[in-house]
Design a binder for this molecule. Structure first.
Ligand code: AMP
Length: 403
């Protein structure tokens, strides 16, 4: 048997620790960080290392630079980190060049070094072994705390782990939480377990739906993807988003839900708009009466009521994907109300996906949720039942001390 160790399970005392972080923060045109949540959420792991008399080497990517490009430098992150920590953060001018190597070699207990953007090295996204080996040579211990990139087999995420023995690689606190909540939740949920799935297309969530079906008691479908299901049931959905090639698949899912005795909920009314724009004429209509040419861009109040009712006895709720085009205020009410309903439920509530996390934040419900996953693609892949390359790379043989 194998498992992923937590940083708490390994001996890090006095060592040099390489921490793969996710500092891929949004910045404005003047390179000011506009949202530093990802930096803040890395702090518990870094602090834990410093409290254990370690020195720390932090590494992350930022954006998608093509080679070295000052616009994608991590210098602003170093600045923010040193403010948050109230201590100097040493910045390397390269990733595995002379500067990084010298600075890493000279680290003293309590020092924090940040490497330059990992993607300044072409090998990073190619999972290059040589780059991984060079990165690994900088430190004694490898900690991955970057859930958002764990679905990518990149050098600093996957290949690097090969260069550390089992006793010297583990998940940081952030990654450990992600694994616990998203992966383990699917294995042993408290029932009733309700999945709320939305977003634009069925195609993007097909695998997730198929993986969820045998595990949940109820599935609530909203967002653009609901219209393919509604059309499959014979409704006229006007100009709403439909994937005609997936209608048969949609029917199969409905059929499978029936066989598995999973209650399958679709919107009963929607907010229809004449055009896909903020100033369009809109009206609430039942799903039986969507006018020809109109587009369904949010769920309606009756759907909110039905979905709320379905959520009321849930003990576990997993939410991935908005109920409408929440980016436009006019079409965000359904998503916001479902966010409130989930937040108020007496259940373990796990929210996955960047868009859904945005909805929850806009609704002011973030503090009420049990867990909000930080990774969009990565959290969807977990729901799809895949093991993420970055998590798999941390697997080590069980021994008596492992959990
Ligand atoms: P996804 O990336 O598949 O989770 O989809 C998120 C996107 O779905 C958001 O950008 C929403 O604007 C979009 N979306 C939600 N509901 C609808 C709808 N009824 N029609 C078109 N797009 C939608």
């Amino acid at each position: 048997m194998s498992s992923v160790k937590s940083i708490r399970d390994i001996d890090i005392s006095g060592k040099k620790i390489f921490i793969r972080c996710d500092f891929n923060v949004p910045m404005d045109e003047f390179l000011n960080i506009t949202d530093d949540r990802r930096i803040r959420s890395a702090i518990p792991t870094i602090k834990y290392c410093l409290d254990n008399n370690c020195s720390v080497i932090l590494a992350s990517h930022l954006g998608r630079p093509k080679g070295i490009d000052g616009k994608f430098s991590l210098k602003p992150v170093a600045k923010r980190l040193s403010r948050l920590f109230d201590r100097d953060v040493i910045m390397a001018s390269d990733v595995v060049g002379q500067d990084a190597k010298t600075k890493a070699a000279n680290l003293k207990i309590g020092d924090v070094l940040l490497l330059e953007n990992l993607r300044f090295e072409n090998g990073e996204t190619k999972n290059d072994e040589n780059l991984a080996k060079e990165l690994a040579s900088l430190a004694d211990i490898y900690i991955n705390d970057a859930f958002g990139v764990c679905h990518r087999a990149h050098s600093s995420v996957e290949a690097i782990a090969r260069f550390f023995p089992d006793s010297a690689k583990a998940a940081g606190f952030l990654l450990q939480k992600e694994i616990e909540f998203s992966q383990n939740l699917l294995k042993k949920p408290t029932r009733p377990f309700v999945a709320v799935v939305g977003g634009s297309k069925v195609s993007g969530k097909l695998q997730a739906l198929n993986n969820l079906l045998p595990r949940v008691d109820k599935i609530i479908v909203g967002g653009g993807m609901a219209f393919t299901f509604l059309k499959a049931r014979g409704y006229d959905v006007g100009n709403s988003l439909v994937e005609d090639d997936l209608i048969e698949e949609a029917n199969k899912i409905i059929q499978k839900a029936k066989e598995l005795k999973v209650k399958f909920y679709l919107p009963v009314d929607i907010l229809a708009a004449q055009t896909f724009s903020a100033d369009s004429a809109v009206k609430f209509v039942t799903t039986q009466e969507i006018p020809g040419g109109w587009i369904g861009l949010d769920i309606g109040p009756a759907s909110v009521k039905v979905f709320k009712e379905a959520l009321s006895d849930a003990q576990t709720i997993l939410w991935n994907g908005p109920m409408g085009v929440f980016e436009i205020d006019k079409f965000s009410k359904g998503s916001i109300k479902i966010s409130h309903a989930i937040a108020e439920a007496h259940a373990t509530t796990v929210v996955g996906g960047g868009d859904t996390a945005d909805v929850v934040n806009r609704a002011g419900d973030a503090d009420e949720m049990t867990f909000i996953s930080t990774g969009g693609g990565a959290s969807l892949e977990l729901i799809e039942g895949k093991e993420l390359p970055g998590v798999k790379a941390l697997r080590v043989k069980d021994d008596d001390s492992s959990s």
